[in-house]
Design a protein around this ligand. Structure first.
Ligand code: BEZ
Ligand code: FE
Length: 288
């Protein structure tokens, strides 16, 4: 078709595909164009607004590095990352939640009962649970790659004063699928706002806060790897996470317990002299 109108452009776009195009590529691109075109018509997008969107993308590209990906952050605050998680989640497994940009590979091993708190201040948090399959059987040897912020709200990769592996650990579950470690209670923190994502949040009158959380990547042979998080039920940002990562089954109660109930067999056994917090977080993995 030579003459294109605002009503025919979407069909014309679909008609331009080669006959041997991969069907999934075609399905995704045609649907993407259909939604983009409909959006443009719906809001009567102006040249200035379209130009602004392109500038935002260009700015994101300019500041994106291997350590900081502004496009991922944009996807996170637009709810796209979480929506991709949710449309791909398995109802019978633990919910997945955003990976975020602060995972560091090659986390040091964290022994059963080991401690990630080290010399950092703050109340001790004992985290324990089991990793099981969807039938409830323990997954012996499942691994948990765990990371969180330090008490100052910064991940190790954001903070020159922290060792790159501080508050990162790789735990291997025992034959009962059990794990346990100590740390400090993570704090709420803000996503980076010094780039275009900050401008988008500001324009929308949105805050940049995330509720406090521990990140887990749970993996085991024969199971779908799960990227998830656990949140305390008293965090003020639970109902307004700026990256939409909270799911009901990931919100847990952190119980305050007297020091004399701290269990044996942990790295910190005998060393905890004040009340500590305890949370149980069980993880269910779906078959691969
Ligand atoms: C995080 O939880 O580490 C995170 C997730 C999305 C954007 C920024 C940070
Ligand atoms: Fe995080």
């Amino acid at each position: 078709m030579r003459t294109v109108t605002k009503d025919t452009i979407t069909d014309v776009f679909a008609g331009y595909f080669g006959t041997d195009t991969d069907p999934r590529v075609r399905e995704v691109l045609v649907a993407l164009a259909r939604h983009l075109h409909a959006f443009t018509r719906e809001v009567n997008l102006t040249h200035e607004e379209w130009q602004k969107a392109l500038e935002i993308m260009e700015w994101a590209g300019r500041i994106t590095t291997p350590e900081r990906n502004e496009f991922v952050l944009m996807s996170d605050v637009m709810g796209l990352s979480s929506l991709v998680d949710m449309v791909n989640s398995r109802a019978d497994a633990t919910s997945s939640s955003v990976l975020g940009p602060f995972h560091v590979s090659n986390a040091p091993p964290l022994a059963m009962g080991g401690d990630m708190k080290r010399d950092f201040g703050g109340e001790v948090l004992l985290v324990e649970g089991h990793v099981r399959d969807t039938a409830g059987n323990p997954i012996a040897g499942a691994t948990l790659d765990i990371w969180q912020t330090a008490p100052n709200g910064l991940y190790s990769s954001q903070d020159p004063d922290q060792d790159i592996h501080s508050f990162h650990g790789l735990m291997t579950c025992d034959d009962d699928g059990r794990y346990a470690f100590t740390t400090v209670k993570p704090v709420s923190y803000t996503v980076p706002t010094d780039g275009p994502v900050g401008e988008i949040l500001n324009a929308a009158g949105r805050h940049p806060w995330r509720p406090s959380h521990l990140h887990y990547i749970a993996a085991a042979e024969g199971f779908r790897t799960l990227v998830t998080e656990v949140f305390p039920d008293d965090d003020p940002y639970l109902d307004q996470d700026t990256v939409f990562g909270v799911r009901d089954d990931l919100v847990m109660h952190y119980e305050s317990r007297p020091a004399d109930t701290f269990p044996d067999g942990m790295e910190l056994s005998g060393k905890v002299k004040e009340d500590y917090l305890q949370v149980t977080f069980d993880v269910v993995l779906a078959n691969a």
